[in-house]
Design a binder for this molecule. Structure first.
Ligand code: GLP
Length: 259
């Protein structure tokens, strides 16, 4: 695992946005760059920087295919709180991605399991995910894979924990009762199959999850800790999110950091 620590949220967002943009630019024109994407507060800085780069003519999404991590069960794609609306407002409507290249799980599908299996098949048909960008929950969850979800899990229906419902209530007028209790989510195995994984972590409330991910034991208690076993993972943190890492770990990652 590589850990990049930048003092501020703006600096970590810039590092991550540039790193992914460079990979998109380097992609050969004959096949698309397949990118996994998260929602949440943390990736918004990266999305803003990509939109700016697109507006300046420095980045194009015309050859990018995306797969989002998750979606709430029961929210239609035009629901204000759906991850569909979040993604179109923060990124897809503002860049030149062909709409047919966008994939987001449908939380209103009649056959939810079938929807999840079709999603896995679509990822395989696209040639697999080259880079999965993700956030992290304060309990170490990735996508909606809560603690104790099997590391081998594939895309499926998940039940949210009370902690995640409480954390996400801020998007629902701070009303926990309005937060859906189930979601469709890529599995931990789906994320682990990506060629590369980049996780963004910002703020003091992510510091323990970051410590567990980097220095804790590999345990399904902290889903993100499985990333210790992936050969190409970058965890991009701001100073507060990195604040529980040991001095040894910080020194190692600073000394060995390469562009
Ligand atoms: C939700 C999402 C995750 C996200 C997490 C953290 O639970 N399903 O994909 O990583 O929230 O979100 P935030 O970046 O807002 O802290």
């Amino acid at each position: 695992m590589r850990v990049i620590i930048r003092d501020t949220y703006e600096m970590m967002s810039k590092w991550a946005a540039n790193a992914v943009a460079e990979k998109i630019k380097k992609q050969e024109k004959t096949k698309p760059f397949v990118l996994g994407l998260p929602t949440g507060s943390t990736p918004q800085g990266v999305y803003r920087l990509w939109v700016e780069a697109k507006e300046k003519g420095l980045l194009s999404f015309s050859n990018v295919v995306t797969f989002n991590m998750d979606e709430y069960v029961g929210l239609s794609p035009d629901d204000e709180n759906s991850y569909h609306v979040f993604m179109y407002r923060n990124l897809f409507d503002l860049v030149d991605i062909p709409k047919e290249n966008v994939h987001i799980l449908d939380g209103t599908a009649i056959d939810l399991e079938g929807e999840c299996q079709a999603y896995e098949s679509a990822i395989t048909a696209a040639g697999g995910i080259a880079l999965f960008l993700g956030g992290i929950g304060r309990d170490g969850h990735i996508a909606f894979n809560e603690p104790y979800t099997p590391f081998t899990s594939r895309t499926g229906v998940r039940t949210l924990t009370a902690d995640t419902v409480a954390a996400n209530a801020r998007f629902f007028g701070n009303d926990e009762g309005r937060v859906p209790k189930r979601a469709l989510s890529v599995g931990i195995g789906t994320v682990m199959d990506a060629g590369e994984v980049m996780i963004l972590a910002s703020g003091r409330n992510k510091a323990h999850a970051v410590w567990e991910t980097v220095e804790g034991p590999i345990s399904h208690k902290c889903p993100a800790s499985v990333l210790q076993l992936h050969e190409n993972v970058t965890l991009v943190c701001d100073g507060e999110a990195a604040s529980e890492l040991s001095k040894d770990a910080v020194r190692f990652f600073r000394e060995t950091e390469t562009a």
